[in-house]
Design a protein around this ligand. Sequence first.
Ligand SMILES: [Zn+2]
Ligand SMILES: [Zn+2]
Length: 131
Amino acid sequence: MGPLVEKLKVDYPEFRFIVGKKFLFKYPKTIVIGPNEPNSELLLLHELGHAILGHQDYKTDVMRLKMEAEAWEEARKLSEKYKIEFDNDSVQDELDTYRDWLHKKSRCPKCGLTRFQSADGVYHCPRCENF
Ligand SMILES: [Zn+2]
Ligand SMILES: [Zn+2]
């Protein structure tokens, strides 16, 4: 992991790389490096992807999923540049985790129908709520 971080620090002096409990991007400039794991380098590139794309807070979960996919696409480009093996399967697993989470979260607890989120992030059920 060490050499990649050092290269990124040189290539992206505008961002701050710190060590923390988990991989994370804190808008606007801080990339938190989580503990070592098999996909550490990819996760680091993914967070750098968020940073390069200037991702801020998301209001809705669909927006979050979109940002996750975009950050992975950016990570794919970066992995070519830095000669890091891009493991498509683990990336799909990561995205599936978000999709499952989104799916569970959007289910209406009363009737089980898929709800939708309005721009303020609140979920609405088309069956249980009257419009
Ligand atoms: Zn992400
Ligand atoms: Zn409902």
